[in-house]
Write a protein that binds this ligand. Structure first.
Ligand SMILES: [Zn+2]
Length: 168
């Protein structure tokens, strides 16, 4: 596992963690609490927003893959529903309010530093708001499926492929 995901200290008591075999693999273990400290996947949610046969994309202003384009997406808060996260991220990055109309796919990440472990992608349509790039998007625009800008993630490719397959 890469260093950026290192889990060195117990989140409950702060003791240094050790490796220990548990539940079928080597896991991090707190000798003070006498418990396994599970390493959880990072979940993200996003939405393919369709308008007049085009999809809404945002140009990333942050790592990873800064300057490349992705669908509006972001990490799900620990106490947030995936669909609510997708709607929130779209509003934060593009200014547009959307209604989700379908679940498009669940797509694993590439293991990049700072990237989600998996992305839950919905299909959505606009219900309000004004298109305005903001938050960690520096541009937001609609693109034809045959004229896409440089895409940020393999998950972006796959989400748009799923969308195109549905539109045919
Ligand atoms: Zn502990």
């Amino acid at each position: 596992m890469a260093d950026y995901l290192a889990l060195n200290y117990c989140p409950q008591c702060g003791a240094a963690l050790a490796d220990q075999a548990a539940y079928g693999r080597v896991r991090r273990y707190c000798p003070a609490c006498k418990r396994v400290v599970f390493r959880d996947p990072k979940a993200a949610a996003g939405v393919v927003v369709e308008r007049d046969g085009q999809a809404l994309l945002v140009r990333r202003s942050t790592k990873p893959r800064r300057g490349l384009w992705s669908i509006p997406a972001g990490f799900i808060e620990y106490d947030e529903a995936p669909a609510a996260a997708a709607v929130r991220e779209c509003a934060e990055e593009t200014g547009l309010r959307v209604k989700l109309t379908a679940l498009l796919d669940v797509i694993p990440g590439e293991g990049l530093p700072g990237e989600a472990s998996f992305l839950i992608v919905y299909l959505g349509r606009i219900t309000g708001g004004q298109l305005q790039a903001q938050d960690d998007a520096e541009q937001a625009a609609f693109f034809d499926p045959d004229d896409l800008p440089p895409l940020a993630f393999s998950a972006t490719h796959r989400a748009l492929e799923r969308w195109r397959a549905r539109s045919r």
